[in-house]
Design a protein around this ligand. Structure first.
Ligand code: ZN
Ligand code: ZN
Length: 355
């Protein structure tokens, strides 16, 4: 039957077509080929490896806090050249046509292509920065300022932009404003650094006294507040213009909202697995605002890197070789790192060859 033969031909053509498109060994005109130098280990990597969110596409190559050097560019690439120091963050493509992409918030594109454990436009699973080489479209590659030490720059590509972006979006980057940073981990310690560079007054909010010296003496926060101490919390009520909540363990948010001035803005960037409790009057009284934030746009990420370069901001990292990665993941799971593991990917490769 003619219909059957047409269907077969279409199927063959389309499968041939898909096979050609899957051949990633042939970069396209708009592609940038990157030799990976360093890659941070983010909590998201841990969740995906363990399939905590039920979306793992095994076998997984984790890593989305990537810095590297350009080794080759396609004929259509004019914003990067071989030898440039570059970064790749949480995503490496998006649809470019939806509302979010049109507004420049491609991080909220419904078909965002994640750098690791994502699905690209051809149905292939993306493989992240725990690898020697990445090939990425030129529109999703970032320039990393030459002034930044690369291991400490890597976590900026996810942790850095995740706190920088909402600070800029919600005006929590104005000198003299008072920002509360909840939790002093991978995200929180970078938030303190950005806020101080913006000229803000910064209070670190933590469950215990344990990190007081670290926050005040080493990171330069102006005040430290123990959230389990009702007297301290009461004394600080109504004093903050904004709060960035980075804690991913479940915790009550009403006491944090009490710290805001009227019309104050709280931004949630940590992701506890249990739903938050939010009585309506916690935000109705004082007209307070609560928002979430997921990573940042390409433009925000570039602005963040430029700002970090100008002010010398990097994450505090422990650099490890690839053969330590399983131990690093176990330690990350117990929060035994100050504040981010970064894999010396290129150095691990050389070591492997020498051995
Ligand atoms: Zn991340
Ligand atoms: Zn889109």
């Amino acid at each position: 039957m003619p219909v059957t033969s047409v269907s077969c031909a279409d199927l063959m053509n389309s499968s041939l077509h898909v096979n050609v498109m899957h051949d990633d060994s042939v970069p396209k005109d708009d592609d940038v080929t990157i030799k990976v130098l360093f890659c941070g280990i983010c909590h998201t990597d841990l969740h995906i490896i363990k399939n905590d969110w039920g979306n793992a596409l095994y076998p997984i190559v984790p890593g989305h806090e990537i810095v590297g050097v350009v080794t080759d560019v396609g004929s259509g690439v004019n914003n990067f050249k071989a030898g440039d120091t570059v970064g790749v963050g949480y995503f490496l493509d998006s649809c470019r046509t939806c509302y979010s992409c049109g507004k420049g918030y491609e991080n909220y594109c419904p078909t965002l292509v994640l750098t690791s454990n994502g699905v690209d436009g051809h149905g292939a699973t993306t493989q992240g920065g725990f690898s020697d080489v990445l090939v990425v479209n030129k529109d999703y590659v970032l320039h990393v300022p030459d002034t930044l030490p690369l291991p400490g720059a890597a976590p900026l590509l996810c942790a850095g932009v995740t706190v920088y972006s909402p600070m800029v979006q919600y005006g929590l980057n104005a000198p003299g404003k008072h920002l509360g940073v909840v939790g002093l981990g991978g995200l929180g310690h970078v938030a303190v650094k950005f806020a101080k560079a913006f000229g803000m007054t910064v209070t670190v909010i933590s469950t215990s006294e344990r990190k007081r010296e670290e926050a005040l003496d080493r990171l330069g926060a102006d005040a430290f507040l123990v959230s389990n101490d009702p007297d301290q919390m009461k004394a600080a009520a109504g004093t903050m213009d904004g709060i960035i909540d980075t804690v991913s363990a479940g915790h009550p948010i009403v006491p944090l909202l009490d710290l805001l001035k009227p019309m104050g803005q709280m931004v949630v960037v940590g992701a506890p697995s249990k739903p938050m409790e939010l009585p309506a009057f916690a935000i109705i009284a004082g007209g307070k605002r609560l928002a979430g934030n997921g990573t940042g746009s390409v433009a925000d990420c570039q602005a963040m890197l430029d700002f970090a370069g100008k002010h010398g901001i990097t994450a505090d990292v422990e650099v490890v070789k690839m053969d330590y990665v399983n131990t690093a993941i176990e330690r990350l799971e117990r929060n035994d790192v100050r504040y981010r593991f970064v894999i010396d990917v290129a150095g691990s490769h050389l070591q492997g060859h020498a051995a």
